[in-house]
Write a protein that binds this ligand. Structure first.
Ligand SMILES: NC(=O)c1ccc[n+]([C@@H]2O[C@H](COP(=O)([O-])OP(=O)(O)OC[C@H]3O[C@@H](n4cnc5c(N)ncnc54)[C@H](O)[C@@H]3O)[C@@H](O)[C@H]2O)c1
Ligand SMILES: [Zn+2]
Ligand SMILES: [Zn+2]
Length: 371
């Protein structure tokens, strides 16, 4: 008996989210069905709407930052049972490929189908009015019930609130890891985080955990700067020129040890500004995404070579989902990593367009859909 549910689909580039009836196949071997508890509204789903992230098939069911409870387990699928609490990782990890087996689960070869909407073998699991539809990152968390491969599913303790835990499936791991793993921040350093949304706020938390002395948050929106200061930023500015000047003033003119770029729609000039703000042999971490087909980075080659600066891309903050999701939740339970403070507003599934409008107007650090 196929699963009947509801979910938010993007009908075409430039459309609005539409909540429709969706039919899923029952979970097959290596898959589970999950009754969703909550899903964060990351900016990346909005890129599917604008076409900055063009997906292979529209309509496309959105959502890639979710948590819920297992409601069915595919045949011969060990390790899961009905009632398990799970967080979904936006990146699947097979555990066997070159990347998984060398501590880089975030680069697992299964990531190749993230935007195809299908399983790794190209087959689809969801239909609307009898026509196949894609699943964002293979997990489509904007559904009341979804079906996904266990490669994307991490079991978590039952005493962790799933409406907060959902955030570690993308935003927290991406931002925190951008600071801790990709910028490799060391105690006493000076760090700029450019763009304080669901990703950047966690880069601030990661910078604090790494022992940065000056954590400079940059965002044009006042509420974002205030929140950053509540969660660890020592200074904040509404533009990069002022942040750069300040970073130089506290480093004897050298500049920031690292700049983490987490702006909502990555532009060439964001990376240029970050590059300028970075000291010799410093690191620019590029985490934000712009138009995947067109955006380019144009920086002065002489400064790259002669000042030995490093530009480091970062997907999911170079985190390993199956190791780091439980680890981040341990830190949350230990009071070290803040999650409750990241959820500005909650929405019903039917209010999804309202939630994204609030992201654009700068009202939310993170909006979360509650099922
Ligand atoms: N690399 C990855 O693995 C990964 C994972 C998730 C999201 N992302 C990307 O990260 C980016 C941020 O996502 P989010 O959900 O935090 O978005 P968001 O919209 O919640 O936050 C973006 C913030 O950037 C600020 N901003 C915009 N222009 C700025 C500028 N010039 N200077 C300083 N701040 C500026 C906005 O005011 C906003 O607060 C998006 O592009 C998203 O697609 C990347
Ligand atoms: Zn995301
Ligand atoms: Zn792998």
């Amino acid at each position: 008996m196929p699963i009947q549910t509801r979910g938010a689909v993007m009908p075409e580039i430039g459309g609005d989210w539409e909540v429709v009836d969706i039919e899923f196949d029952d979970p097959q071997q290596g898959e589970v069905a999950i009754e969703m508890t909550a899903s964060g509204m990351c900016h990346s789903d909005d890129h599917v709407k604008t076409g900055d992230i063009p997906v292979a098939i529209y309509p496309f069911i959105g959502g890639h930052e979710g948590a819920g409870v297992v409601s069915a387990v595919g045949p011969n699928t060990p390790g899961f049972e009905v009632g398990d609490h799970v967080v979904m990782s936006f990146l699947p990890a097979c555990g066997k490929c070159r990347w998984c087996s060398s501590g880089m689960q975030n680069l697992c070869d299964l990531g190749a189908t993230l935007l195809a909407g299908s399983r790794a073998d190209g087959t689809m699991r969801a239909r609307v009015d009898g026509n196949e539809v894609g699943q964002m990152c293979g997990i489509s968390t904007f559904c009341e019930t979804t079906v996904t491969a266990v490669d994307s599913v991490v079991k978590v303790a039952k005493d962790i609130p799933l409406d907060k835990a959902c955030l570690v499936g993308c935003g927290v791991g991406t931002g925190w890891g951008s600071a801790v793993n990709s910028a490799e921040i060391r105690p006493g350093q000076t760090v700029i985080v450019m763009g304080i949304g669901g990703i950047g706020i966690n880069a601030v938390q990661g910078a604090k955990h790494s022992g940065a002395m000056n954590i400079i948050a940059v965002d044009p929106v006042e509420m974002k700067r205030e929140t950053a200061e509540q969660l660890g930023a020592t200074h904040s500015f509404d533009n990069m020129a002022a942040a750069t000047e300040f970073a130089q003033s506290v480093t004897n003119g050298q500049g920031a040890d690292s700049v983490i770029v987490t702006t909502g729609v990555l532009q060439n000039e964001h990376v240029q500004e970050a590059f300028t703000a970075t000291r010799k042999a410093g690191t620019v971490v590029v985490t934000g995404l712009g138009n995947l087909m067109e955006s380019k980075v144009d920086i002065p080659a002489a400064e790259l070579t002669l000042f030995q600066k490093r530009i480091q891309g970062s997907i999911y903050g170079a985190s390993n989902p199956h190791r780091d999701i439980p680890w981040m939740l341990d830190m949350y339970q230990g009071g070290m990593l803040k999650l409750d403070e990241l959820v500005t507003q909650t929405y019903t599934l039917d209010q999804i367009n309202e939630g994204y409008a609030a992201m654009h107007s700068g009202e939310n650090i993170r909006g979360v859909i509650m099922y």
